[in-house]
Structure formats: C-alpha cells, structure tokens
Design a protein around this ligand. Structure first.
Ligand SMILES: NC(=O)c1ccc[n+]([C@@H]2O[C@H](COP(=O)([O-])OP(=O)(O)OC[C@H]3O[C@@H](n4cnc5c(N)ncnc54)[C@H](OP(=O)(O)O)[C@@H]3O)[C@@H](O)[C@H]2O)c1
Length: 229
C-alpha cells in the first residue's frame, strides 16, 4: 500500500448521509492526496476550497466509459445505495444497489484499485426472500468474487447522523431506534461519522486480510482506533 501523503482515494455516493461523513473525515486527514468524488450530478460541497477534492459526474449505466474517475486511486469507498431504496420498485433497487456497485467495482479494479470498501447492511442475506436483504447479500458475494487485494465490507444497523433532506422513513426509523441507541449504543446503530472513520482506518492498516467484514459493533471499535494526526 502507498505511503502516507500519497494516498489517493475515490468516493462513490458522496452526497448521501454516510458519503458526506466520509468527505468531512477525509477533509481533516492530511494523509490523503487526491480525493475523487463520483456522482450522477455536480453538487455544492463543503470542500470546494480544498484542491485535493475533484468531482466527477458519471453515468452509472455506462460506468465503463469513466475509467478516468477511478484511475490513480489505490483505494475506493462506496456509500452508494440508500435506505430510500426500500420504497423503490425492486428492479430499480437492484440496479442501484447491485449492478451499479459491481460494475463500478470492476472498472475500479481494472483501473488499479487495490482496496475496495463497501457500506452494506447488518441484515444482508443472499438467501433472503426480502429484496433489500437479498440484494445486499448477493452484492457482498459478488464483490468477494472480484478478487480485490483488500476488500472491506461494513455492515451497519441504523445509520444515525445528519441528513440534508428529510425522509419520512429515515425520521421514523430514527424515532424507533432512539431508545435502543440510548440503551445499547453499539448494538443496533452507528453514527455515519464512525463508519467513515472505521473505513479510513482500514485503508491505513498495515495488516488487513484480503476480506475484512465489520459488523455494527466492530465499526464502533475500529472507529475508536483513530490516531490523532
Ligand atoms: N441509512 C441507514 O440507516 C442504512 C442502514 C444500513 C445500511 N445502509 C446502506 O448504507 C449505504 C449508505 O446509506 P446512506 O443512508 O448514507 O445512503 P443515502 O444517504 O441514501 O445516499 C445514497 C447515495 O447513493 C447515491 N445514489 C442513489 N441512487 C442513485 C442512482 N440512481 N444513481 C447514482 N447514485 C445514486 C446518492 O446520490 P444522489 O445524491 O445523487 O441521490 C447518494 O450519494 C447504502 O448502501 C444503504 O443501503 C443504510
């Protein structure tokens, strides 16, 4: 893996709850050089004054045309998908959460990405009859089959933290989870900021198995291993 200060990374899904936390965490981390932000539209970001960040508008239906958005990055973080997917038609949900992820991962690997990091979900299960759980499970399996030098899959429960736009499902889930978060702070939920720290810590680890899976509790633990710069 690259030395500190020469680490380049791409981030997919950087406009979402977790993706934004990843951007904010990378902004404070001087170990990273170039940070490529991939999205389907150009957006205003909090990091527009930081020349390390560069936005790439990509068409995920033709992601193979966007090799330049991935090139030169030893690692890539994917926060694409979204809890909103549960209220989408199944075919659309599968397209975003499986096809877009796997197709992008293939292009990234061909462009030289050695470490792919993916935000999945605690209840993923490739045999489930529930589309969202099954899709996440199949996505994890297909990512493992791609044979990255390093693959990190984080499996959060409810992701807490600020969201730019209010979503009924997200607010309702937050209300339901509030007592559980208070009673069992590391069991059923994790702040987006902790997911970001845990993934960035995994990129920096000297020792990392070829496949590392972090369950909700593990995300809290690895996030706490952060060393102050
Ligand atoms: N939220 C939770 O409590 C929770 C719990 C467990 C697992 N997860 C999983 O964790 C991951 C991150 O969750 P999150 O809540 O941070 O997600 P989020 O806020 O909904 O963000 C989703 C990201 O995916 C992008 N995206 C969605 N549809 C797209 C499309 N058709 N084409 C291109 N980009 C698209 C969004 O871009 P735009 O801004 O352009 O829409 C956004 O950047 C997701 O995979 C989610 O399934 C979430």
């Amino acid at each position: 893996m690259a030395n500190a200060a020469t680490r380049n990374v791409f981030v997919m899904g950087f406009t979402g709850k977790t993706g934004k936390a990843v951007v904010d965490t990378l902004a404070k981390d001087t170990d990273f050089g170039r940070i490529k932000l991939l999205g389907r539209r150009q957006v205003e970001t909090s990091v527009k004054e930081d020349s390390r960040f560069e936005q790439y508008v990509v068409n995920y239906d033709k992601i193979e045309d966007h090799t330049d958005a991935f090139s030169g990055c030893e690692a890539g973080i994917c926060c694409m998908g979204g809890s909103g997917g549960r209220s989408m038609p199944d075919d659309q949900y599968i397209k975003i959460n499986l096809d877009y992820v796997i197709n992008s991962a293939k292009v990234a690997k061909a462009a030289g990405c050695r470490h792919f990091l993916m935000v999945s979900a605690t209840d993923s299960d490739k045999k489930s009859r529930v589309t969202y759980r099954r899709t996440k499970g199949i996505m994890e399996e297909q990512l493992q089959e791609l044979g990255f030098e390093r693959l990190t899959i984080v499996k959060p429960g409810y992701i807490s933290g600020p969201r730019e736009t209010t979503r009924f499902l997200d607010v309702a889930t937050g209300v339901v989870f509030f007592p559980l978060i208070k009673l069992f702070p590391t069991k059923y939920s994790v702040p987006a900021a902790s997911i970001a720290l845990a993934m960035i810590n995994c990129i920096k680890m000297a020792e990392h198995p070829s496949v590392k899976i972090l369950e909700n509790k593990d995300i809290h633990t690895v996030a706490k291993e952060t060393k102050e710069p």
